[in-house]
Design a protein around this ligand. Structure first.
Ligand SMILES: N[C@@H](Cc1ccccc1)C(=O)O
Length: 498
């Protein structure tokens, strides 16, 4: 289809109208070979020149059309006629008759039976389908070929059989107005100082304001999907009464990242393969001495009912600066602060969502930096049941209601559980988090009362974001290869929480 300039089209429409009484916009579209929508647009712009040029009336018509199946029947015959035609003189086994034709053959067979065209000969084994009449008239086909002559009852019947459909067609009926003309004066869109000074404005015609027009989209910043999902998580924690921990330090002492969490100094995770150690400053500032002493003791000789690891704990190892490998380092410092409150212990619920760093092999789902979401609850007498209940509530707010737990090992929690959820899209259980109850070797040296238990769980922010935004490769979400259009046009995130 050609698409002439809009102004060309408006004049073409007016010229056409000059020679006729009236014309329908659909008819024009057909004659000009142009999309109907374009004709409607051109009529609208003619109307902008005033109401007296062109008379426009909206018309709505209903029209009957064959559906795809209806067209097939009109061309190749009805299902029942085709089934009839497929029955040979000597009869045919029913299964054989129906084998090729699928659903339509089934349908055609029952129709042909009820019309009395076919009968079942049970005097032979196996039963045969035979013709009951010599010849038939395919009325359905004939009627579909002559839609105009259908009775209302037939129309209803064929609509039910999905052979016919009724369409509503809207168009514009055009005729000449009182001030009809085949040429349009160009309408001015701006009133200039020149027009005012020369007095020319008095002769000019101005285009009316279009208050319905959409304005130009303002240029604005856009939040990255990770930030959008982060604010949803934050909202959920806040609704559950958690307060946010201060995570604004990527550099952490090994002490808080590992030692305070009862991870022995020879633990493989501390190895330079997994951890980015900081060269400068390589050592952290002063650590709380008496607490460090209690941590040293519990690692080397035990205490609080534990035998410890039985190795020589070294301060120099704990003082090494690193990029934190998990947000649990922040949880450790926050719990130590909680234990030190001058007015005694008060129950607390904390959360954090921030960046962590690991020296890992990079692939489609792993980068050297990512975000963790972590929740911590400290209260008297908490149990594993409380942890499971809280996880159910937390994940339900994320729109995940089916959870399973699998025992696992973390140096800092006992018992520890991996959290799995059923992903209906992937039709399998996927791991969504890790959790546990902090060990006595961790909370007691901090100074928390012995009857207080601390529950905690963690998950990554990237994984739910990738699932939510349908991103398969983490490099499409983070890093230099990210398509900024994805960020600009990405929808807001709504987790289905209640
Ligand atoms: N720190 C753990 C997550 C976790 C947090 C709290 C309790 C248990 C596990 C991780 O990095 O995977």
């Amino acid at each position: 289809m050609s698409s002439p300039e809009p102004s060309e089209l408006t004049e073409r429409i007016l010229k056409y109208l000059e020679g006729v009484e009236q014309v329908d916009s659909l008819q024009l579209a057909k004659e000009f070979g142009i999309e109907h929508q374009k004709i409607v647009g051109a009529v609208k712009s003619i109307q902008a020149h005033g109401e007296r040029l062109l008379h426009v009336e909206s018309v709505t018509r209903k029209s009957l059309e064959l559906t795809e199946e209806g067209q097939a029947v009109a061309q190749g015959g009805s299902h029942e006629a085709n089934v009839f035609a497929a029955v040979p003189e000597q009869g045919i086994k029913r299964t054989e008759l129906l084998a090729a034709g699928g659903v339509s053959a089934q349908l055609g067979f029952s129709k042909a039976m009820s019309l009395g065209w076919l009968w079942l000969d049970r005097s032979v084994q196996p039963t045969l389908v035979r013709r009951k009449v010599g010849a038939i008239v395919d009325e359905v086909r004939e009627q579909l070929l002559q839609l105009a002559e259908l009775s209302a009852k037939d129309v209803a019947e064929y609509k039910k059989r999905k052979l016919l459909q009724e369409l509503t067609i809207k168009s514009l009926l055009l005729s000449k107005g009182a001030e009809f003309s085949t040429t349009l004066t160009k309408l001015e869109t701006d009133l200039t100082t020149d027009m005012l000074a020369s007095g020319q404005w008095q002769q000019l015609q101005f285009k009316p304001y279009n208050f319905d027009a959409l304005g130009a989209a303002p240029v604005r910043g856009q939040l990255h999907p990770l930030l959008k999902v982060r604010s949803e998580f934050r909202q959920i924690f806040l609704e559950m009464g958690f307060s946010e921990m201060a995570t604004n330090n990527y550099v952490e002492a090994s002490f808080w990242n590992f030692d305070a969490l009862f991870q022995p100094q020879q633990h493989p995770a501390r190895d330079a393969h997994d951890t980015f150690f900081v060269k400068q400053p390589a050592q952290c500032g002063p650590l709380p001495e008496d607490y460090v002493q209690r941590v040293a003791t519990v690692h080397s000789v035990g205490g609080y009912g534990s035998r410890g690891y039985g190795y020589k704990w070294q301060l120099a190892e704990a003082e090494k600066n690193l990029l934190r490998t998990h947000t649990t380092a922040v949880s450790a410092r926050t719990l130590y602060q909680l234990a030190k409150q001058p007015n005694g212990f008060k129950p607390a619920k904390y959360f954090s969502i921030d960046k962590v760093f690991r020296n890992e092999a990079l692939d489609a789902t792993h980068l050297a930096e990512f975000h963790q979401v972590e929740g911590v609850i400290a209260n008297v007498g908490l149990t594993l049941g409380d942890l499971i209940g809280t996880l159910h509530e937390f994940f339900r707010k994320l729109g995940i209601s089916e959870l399973q737990f699998k025992p696992t090992y973390n140096p800092y929690t006992e018992p520890s559980m991996e959290v799995y959820c059923y992903h209906p899209g992937l039709a399998k259980w996927i791991e969504v988090g890790n959790s546990g109850i902090f060990r006595p070797e961790l909370v007691l040296p901090m100074g928390l009362p012995p009857d207080v238990n601390v529950l905690a769980w963690g998950l990554s922010l990237e994984r739910p974001t990738m699932i939510k935004y349908g991103i398969n490769n983490i490099r499409d979400l983070v890093g230099p290869k990210v398509d900024l259009k994805m960020v600009e046009e990405g929808p807001i995130c709504r987790l289905d929480h209640d």
